[in-house]
Design a protein around this ligand. Sequence first.
Ligand code: GUN
Length: 285
Amino acid sequence: MYTLINGNELSRTMRAEMAEEAAQFTESRGRQIGLAVILAGEDSASKVYVRNKIRACEQVGIRSFSYYLPEDVAEKDMEELVQSLVDNDEVDGILVQLPMPKHLDSEKILKLIPAEKDVDGFSVSNMGKLALKQDCLVACTPNGVMQMLKRNGIDPKGKCATVVGRSNIVGKPMAMLLLNADATVTVCHSKTPDLKEKCLGADILVAAIGKPKFITADMVKEGAVVIDVGMDRDENGKLCGDVDFENVKDKCSYITPVPGGVGPMTITMLMYNTIEAAKARTRSI
Ligand code: GUN
């Protein structure tokens, strides 16, 4: 029998805990913790994510500063907006929703965000610190996965973990977090030979590929913990993950569903990072 790791439930619990922490901050500092969210363009998935981020701020008691810019926004205007948020003491975290419109140099724009306000954890400084196992803001999705493991009593120490996917947003930081937690980590990608064998060796298998139902039952070890980071559409247009859930679930000790698994945890960890950023900034002022 497998146990379902419920991301909605864990998110509710964590958001309630964080609401208390945010209220204490407001009380003691005389201002709310602040998160700025910038969305440029009309991408419909991005609009849903941004709306959910702002709703999460309301739940937790974080003040949101939201900016909706046209698809053809001038790079200079975007840079000036980000810079004004960097300089604004009421803003503890800055998030520019990705992907940005193609004409913008996203690397250049993200570089304007200082590490202490980089609540996405994407900056060179935060990624480097993560690699060195130093205190830093950690990318929300992989950090959410670590919370799901921890709060279900799953310790990666001494386990074999396979991460399928090597993106800067999920795969790489996920691999570093698992390594920092003393797992033996294999990272797989589109050029990996014998992918099936590498997955079969995993006590903890993280799928972050972006292909519907890519991980099939013959790739999963009996008793494995399977974490599905995918947000895909199946052949009927229905939301599904990177894991063939129906066929894989009975081999697992633990598995995350899609929807209701990792997805809600990403936004919950954004709230977590914003609170961490606010606390760290007030310590340094
Ligand atoms: N687009 C998809 N996922 C993310 C994320 O975690 N952060 C940002 N800024 N954009 C995204």
